[in-house]
Design a protein around this ligand. Structure first.
Ligand code: PMP
Length: 305
């Protein structure tokens, strides 16, 4: 039987015992960084494959450095803590793995980062599809602009920053769309509320540069590698105008939770055929094999448990 456990305050405890006090700094100010990592169940091998775990922890540690979250672990320590918890929980299905480094001190009315205690916690939950869609996604351009690097660095997964994406996602879903596409302050395409964005035209693949305030996505990087290695297409990073998306052949989103998902409609206009196009489908097919440890070229992206 799988067990619901957490790594909390330096040890593994039942999830019910992993509780913080209401005075906790991070609860008030969003002074935390997190990761979303997938464990993908391979039913033929009866094995769980964790996708690009080390890269996720390297990004988490960059966020820790940004927010002065002093946690006593290296990326490889964090991988080992995760492997140990996965073994103890013993899930045999797709998982979402959520590490969180946070300002744990019970201290309100203090707006500094220095000299405030930090801690690290880790939980994992069974997780299927994130974007509930029966085909290509229906998206809208958000009226909320993506937070700029001059406000809070959007390249990192800083908890407080997620209010920005959550406002966009809420607006989009209440209006009947699956997902929001956010623009930068000066009107260039940035990303989805929890996904990076790619556009395909005449066989060329484009994605906005990280300097357009999107997250340094690990699925983004994987899609770039797959396009390059298996399709022989070099992805071009350049600024993208909103109206270019309407006339693109294909648009797709990438994210750990979302995987690779075609966008079929934007602002009630059809993109390409309105379905997953040929290049999106090819990249996705390789990606689906890669995340379950089935693709020889990308085996080193996976940690088998
Ligand atoms: N952008 C944002 C804002 C996200 O939250 C995510 C999900 N982590 C992504 C992009 C995709 O990043 P990744 O592929 O590393 O999950």
């Amino acid at each position: 039987m799988p067990q619901s456990l957490a790594f909390f305050q330096g040890k593994v405890v039942p999830i019910e015992e992993a509780q913080v006090n209401v005075m906790t700094h991070a609860l008030h100010y969003g002074t935390a960084v997190f990761e979303g990592i997938r464990g993908n169940w391979n039913s033929v091998e009866e094995k769980l494959y964790v996708f690009r775990m080390e890269e996720h922890y390297e990004r988490l540690l960059q966020g820790c450095s940004m927010l002065m979250l002093n946690i006593p672990y290296t990326a490889s320590d964090l991988c080992q803590i995760t492997i140990d918890l996965l073994r103890q929980c013993d899930y045999k299905q797709d998982l979402y793995i959520r590490p969180l480094a946070y300002k744990s001190e019970e201290l309100v009315a203090n707006l500094k980062l220095q000299e405030i205690d930090s801690d690290f916690t880790l939980i994992m939950v069974p997780f299927g599809d994130y974007l509930d869609s029966d085909g290509a996604l229906k998206c809208c351009t958000s009226s909320w602009r993506r937070v700029d690097d001059t406000n809070v660095p959007p390249r990192l997964k800083i908890s407080g920053t997620y209010v920005n994406g959550i406002l966009a996602k809420t607006e989009a879903t209440l209006a009947g769309f699956d997902e929001a596409i956010m623009l930068t302050q000066d009107g260039y395409v940035s990303e989805g509320s929890g996904e990076n964005l790619f556009m395909i035209n005449d066989g060329a693949i484009f994605t906005p540069p990280v300097s357009d305030n999107n997250l340094t996505g690990i699925t983004r990087d994987s899609a770039i590698e797959i396009a390059n290695q298996t399709l022989g297409i070099e992805v071009i990073e350049r600024r993208i105008r909103r109206s270019e998306l309407y006339f693109a052949d294909e648009v797709f989103l990438t994210g750990t939770a979302a995987h690779i998902q075609a966008v079929g409609y934007l602002d009630n206009r059809t993109i390409g055929s309105g379905e997953s196009g040929p290049i999106t489908s090819k990249i996705n097919a390789v990606y689906q094999e890669a995340i379950r440890g089935n693709h020889v070229d990308f085996k080193d992206w996976c940690t088998g448990i």
